[in-house]
Design a protein around this ligand. Sequence first.
Ligand code: ADP
Ligand code: MG
Length: 224
Amino acid sequence: MLIASHLSKHYATARGPVPVLDDVSLEVGAGDAVAIMGPSGCGKSTLLYILGALEGPTTGTVSLDGKDPNALSDVEQSAFRNEHIGFVFQDHLLLPQLSALDNVLAPTLVSRSGKTESERTARARDLLAAVGLSSRSDHRPGELSGGERQRVAIARALIEAPSVLLCDEPTGNLDRASAEAVADLLVSIQQDHQVMLVVVTHSQVLASRFARTYELNERVLVGR
Ligand code: ADP
Ligand code: MG
């Protein structure tokens, strides 16, 4: 389970604190798919980064699989993220000089899972097949379309079998057809891999694909 309790966040700036989140609580259980909507600047990325321990809350706590990632040392926290959390960003953030296959394998370079190289490669190939890109595994990101890159990024996010997949505007840079393909993929991946899914988006079309929808409104999370 992913449990966020009474999160608040403000950014300290030279011109004083910028309040972003106020008393946000959220529970995501096994098999849950959650969309969080809201306009640009409302704090969606901030909330997602706090859920994924890329950012600490100002107050409140996060618990994932029974652990508070913010209570871990930096080294333990990055290992925890690697093992438990998959991220997909609006910009795919693939490494341009690596093939699709090597991009998917990149997180395993720092993995403590103990899997052999051939086990890792087999899983990466399975994931590329699952996102419909078996035939493109040797291609670099520059040789793929925006939608294909995002599908590689989704495969990469799943390589360590995370319990939660966090997606930040995953279709924000895509045309309508590619956005639909990525949305279809997220829905089927969530079911096939039984991963908890949290998607933040300003797209009503994308959000409507998921069972639970919230809106971040005036720093508060409201069910829709
Ligand atoms: P969204 O993803 O919904 O567009 P963000 O979470 O990126 O929103 O940002 C929410 C608010 O927090 C915005 O007003 C933004 O300017 C502010 N913000 C984000 N990061 C920082 C930062 N590092 N320092 C100060 N303000 C920030
Ligand atoms: Mg954002």
